[in-house]
Design a protein around this ligand. Structure first.
Ligand code: NAP
Length: 266
């Protein structure tokens, strides 16, 4: 019964299970996305920056769902590592599937910066640009030859690209850049039938920013009060949206910003 639900593609008369690569899949939204994608019948590759143990635990959870999974180390700030990373991943794919290609890339990895404009240092800004913009841009560029035509790219932005809360000028502005970049990806990759969309989560209870949305009662209550549905977001509110975009049911959604925030600051 479960087998019948597996997402497959027909290529050269062979059916092939689709594969999604999720950056920052060891924790939080990336982990939840990886699990929800696996529940849709896709195999998953996740990356982690330092938490190998947690990444391996996610791999085991995906395998328990009945899908293949593997974890690779990647720092999206370290662009020199992208070529060896792509080689490592494509070698793994070739060995395990016979093809060096994936179908979906989820650019999720990232860290927070909360600092007023008066205090932001150039080093902090460079870090944010490297991780959240250049990392997304150049990792996508390096992986594009290995994304099957008809596949998709899902970038993760933030509600902070739409509304402004003090301290998030750099982060929110860079995420706004990722949203425009997504439109360019959709435009330029349309000829390959590759769709590009961006999901903008509201404030979600994860480890992000030291877990402040989850652990700081004042912030949690402020977010809940500013949200039409009256609570803070959970990873489960996001992973399913990412997973949906990794299916053919989302085949006509392209170049779109989808905010998943429970209606924050409407
Ligand atoms: N949580 C929110 O409220 C929220 C709201 C809107 C948007 N977002 C966005 O959602 C994405 C995921 O956030 P999250 O809440 O899931 O955060 P999280 O729980 O802190 O998890 C971050 C993930 O990204 C990885 N990572 C961090 N820095 C990295 C780097 N330089 N290179 C590669 N991987 C790196 C981490 O790997 P390790 O486990 O190895 O450290 C981890 O897997 C981010 O892009 C964030 O901006 C989050």
């Amino acid at each position: 019964m479960f087998q019948l639900c597996i997402t497959k593609t027909t290529k050269n008369m062979e059916t092939k299970t689709k594969i999604a690569l999720v950056t920052g899949g060891s924790r939080g939204l990336g982990k939840n996305s990886a699990l929800k994608i696996a529940q849709k019948g896709l195999d998953v590759i996740i990356t982690y920056r330092s938490n190998q143990e947690e990444a391996e635990a996610v791999v085991q959870e995906v395998k328990a769902i009945g899908r293949n999974a593997a974890a690779f180390q990647l720092d999206t700030k370290d662009r020199k590592s992208f070529d060896p990373f792509v080689e490592e991943v494509t070698n793994y794919l070739k060995e395990t599937t016979g093809s060096s290609h994936i179908d979906y890339l989820v650019n999720n990895a990232g860290t927070a910066l909360y600092s007023p404009i008066t205090d932001v240092t150039e080093e902090q800004m460079d870090d944010m640009v490297d991780i959240h913009f250049k990392g997304v841009f150049f990792l996508t560029q390096k992986l594009l030859p290995f994304i099957n035509d008809g596949g998709g790219i899902i970038n993760i932005s933030s509600g902070l690209a739409r509304f402004a809360t003090p301290g998030s000028s750099v982060y929110g502005s860079i995420k706004a850049g990722v949203e425009m970049l997504t439109k360019y990806m959709a435009k330029e990759l349309g000829s390959r039938k590759i769709r590009a969309n961006v999901i903008a989560p509201g404030a979600i209870e994860t480890d992000f920013g030291g877990g402040r949305v989850r652990d700081n009662k004042e912030i949690n209550e402020m977010v809940a009060g500013a949200t039409a549905l009256g609570r803070v977001g959970l990873p489960d509110d996001i992973g399913g949206v990412v997973a949906f975009l990794c299916t053919e049911d989302a085949g006509w959604i392209n170049g779109q910003r989808i905010e998943a925030s429970g209606g924050m600051f409407l």
